[in-house]
Design a protein around this ligand. Sequence first.
Ligand code: ASP
Length: 409
Amino acid sequence: MKKLQLTTKIFIGLILGIIIGLLLQGNPQIAATYISPFGTLFLNMIKMIIVPLVFSSLIVGAASVGDPKSLGRIGGKTIAYFLVTTAFAVVIGLILGFVLQPGSGLSIPVDVSQEAAEVPSIVKTLLDIIPANPLKGLVDGNILQVIAFALFLGVSCTLIPQEKSAPFIKFFDSLAEVMYKVTAIVMSFAPIGVFALIVPVVSNHGLDVLKPLSILIFAVYLGCILHALITYSTAVKIFANMSPMTFFKGIAPAAITAFSTSSSSGTLPITISCSKENLGVTDKIASFVLPLGATINMDGTALYQGVCALFIAQVYGIELTIAQIFIIILTATLGSIGTAGVPGAGLIMLTLVLQSVGLPLEGLVLVAGVDRILDMARTCVNVVGDASCAVLVTATEKELVEEEAKSKN
Ligand code: ASP
């Protein structure tokens, strides 16, 4: 028999968990005593990954941007566009999460011991982002501080001579690779983890769990379509005077590949060829913007994290404050820089968003069972977003070059 794909196994874990959960409906204590510990084990393994994974991959991501001085205008535009559209995507995700309320049909009381302590104000949150003691930030798993410190390190690498920064980057690149492997190993336990975590939920709540999951899928797909139609159509029309139809038609082969592979890195060669051949992106811009985009620009992933964070908050009956919403936008936007363009990476990074605002990681399980379906849509948006940036940068650079030529004549 052909080896089953991990996603299929996770899905089977979810279905089996639902069935066993239904069978145990009268006796939830059996699930709590004998099955739940495996779920806790799985969650602990995920928690174990977060800090080293985020730290190393963000340093490498930020360092891969290259020397800001030599990148100049193109680099500046690219990074600005990536950050603005990603933040926009999270906001769309959050709005849909509020409007569609995917998690409101299911209510799982949160374990009081896990509830986030007092929620700090926005000013305190902002001040706290810069760690007075970065090692303490790492040890405490304070995600915003970890992100901030990693970005400082990564960006600084681009400002010193290459021979000095190379060993440092190489070390963290190697750590990141090792952490991807650790993640893969941990994820290979996901079918059991998902099974063990869903059984107690279903034994307590019955089939009520299915409806929220369908609304979640609907919300993510709707968000992806809206983001593409609103953000990218506007960007290519306004900045490149390109009809959105032409843009979407030109990038369609890459979008379809992304949809079916769930990997923006894997889709990169096709994104490059579509952008150059169908959308008039120049060689120079394609070879800078698109690989960088496949590494650090993940609009679809950020949007998905916005929807999922609200979904999980709703399921656990946690009201998010404005400061927490703000943190979600910040962590999802910055966290997307460290998300690898491979299947399922966004799910791991979702733990970062949840952790940053003290939402229960258990909520991941509900999402994990349907994650591949969500991954297809978000990867598609990730890739289309990269291409829209390349189109925009090509057009605005061309204008500048023409203007410069005119003013010389
Ligand atoms: N699969 C996505 C990508 O490759 C990343 C993610 O899991 O969100 O772009």
